[in-house]
Design a protein around this ligand. Sequence first.
Ligand SMILES: *Cc1c(COP(=O)(O)O)cnc(C)c1O
Length: 458
Amino acid sequence: MELPFAESYRIKMVEPLRKSTREEREQWIKNARYNLFNLKSDQVFIDLLTDSGTGAMSDKQWSALMLGDESYAGARSYYNMKDAMRDILGFDYFLPAHQGRAAENVLYSTIVKEGDVLPGNSHFDTTKGHIEFRRALAPDCTIDEASDTQLELPFKGNMDPRKLDDVLKKYPKEKIPAVVLTVTNNTAGGQPVSMANIREVSALCKKYGVLLQIDSARFAENAYFIKTREAGYENKTIKEIVREMFSYADIMTMSAKKDAIVNMGGFVAFKSEELWRKCQMFCIMNEGYITYGGMSGRDMNALAQGLDEGTEFDYLETRIGQVAYLGKKLDEYSIPYQRPAGGHAIFVDATKVLPCVPKEEFIAQTLGVELYLEAGIRGVEIGAILADRDPVTRENRYPKLELLRLAIPRRTYTNNHIDVIAAALKNVYDRRESIKRGYVITCEFPIMRHFTVELEKA
Ligand SMILES: *Cc1c(COP(=O)(O)O)cnc(C)c1O
C-alpha cells in the first residue's frame, strides 16, 4: 500500500483555539457591521484572512531571534541576511525594509517618475498603488486565459509576451523604469509563472534595454510549481531553480511575510551596485540606515533562516499539498473554485455557490459572512466591495468574478482544519437556495473601503 502523505514537521508549541457557538458568532459579526476585518481574532476559529505574516516560525527561526544583533550599523544579523541574499537568491546588494510595500516605496521613489510605464502580470495592489500614486501607468499583460476560472493550465500566472512587446514598443525605454513580473501571480489566484516565461520576459527586457523586477513574495512556491510541472526541472532542487529564476532578474522586491515565513519584514535586492547606491537615500529617509532598513536585528536573523527553510522541497510539498488538499475536498463536494488550486490560497467562485444573491448585495461578502456564521472561519472578499467605486461616476464597480479567498497560513493549521473548512463550505452550499439576500453598505471610505466598510442585512 502506498503510504499516505504527512507533514514534514512536528509540533513543538501550540496556540489554543476557542470554538464558539452560532449565536455568539451572529452577535459578533453584527457588532462587526458584517465586515470580517472588524472581528477580534479571538472570535475566529480558523483564520484564512491572509497568508501574510501568519505562518509558524520554526525552532531554528526562534533561536535565530535570540542571536539577533541589534547594533545600529553593520550588525551580524545584517550580514547573515546578506549571505542568504547571495547564496540562496544570487543578489549581491540589498536594502532591508519593514515589509514588501516599503521595499516598493524605496525602489519606486528612486526610479519612477510621472508619466512612466511599468508593465506587469497583474500587479499586486500595493505595487500598483505605488506606481499609480506617482502618476505612472501599470498596464496588465497577463495571459487572457488567467481570467477563465475553470481552465486548467499549469502556468496560469504567465505574462503574455505579445502584450508586453506591444507596451515595450509603444514607449521609449527612458519611460520604462522596469517590467514587473510577479511570482506567483497573486492577483490571478496564486498561479505560477513558468521558467520559459521568465526567460522570455527577460529576453524582451534585454532587447528593449529595460530592467526586470521580480515581485517575489511567493518565489519559492513558484519554484515548486516549476519543479513539479515544467519539463527539464524535475531533477533540480528548489534552490537551483530559485537561482535560475533570479539569474534573469535585475531587481527583486520581497514581502518576507510570505515565503520567508516571518511575521514582519521585506527587502529590495539589486544586481547593480549603482542602483543600490541610488536607492539608499530613500531607504535612510523612509525605513532606516542601510544595514537594518525597517527591521530589527533579530527579525533579519529569522528572515535569513526562513529563506533557507522556505526553499526546501519537503516544506513546500507539505505547504502546497495542503492547499491542493483543500481543492480536492471541494472537488468532492462539487464546490467551484478558481482552477487549478494556487500556491497559497483557494478562491471560491461565490457567484456559483450563492446563485440567488444579487450582485448589488455583494455575493462574495455574503458568502464570507455565511462561512463565518457556519464555523467561525474567516476568509476575505475579492469582489465588488474590493473593486470599489468608479472614480469618476462613483457607481459601484462589479468585477467579472466574485471570489471568496481562503488563504492558508504556512505551517499553521492541520489537515483536520482543512476538513472543517471544506465541510463548512459544503453546508453553506447545500442551503444555497435559502440564501437569497446579501448586504448593503451603510458607511464607507472614499478609497480602500473594504478594510473599514460597514454593512447591514439587505
Ligand atoms: C504581499 C505582497 C506585496 C506587499 O507586501 P507587504 O509585506 O504586504 O507590504 C507585494 N507583492 C506581492 C505579490 C504580495 O503578495
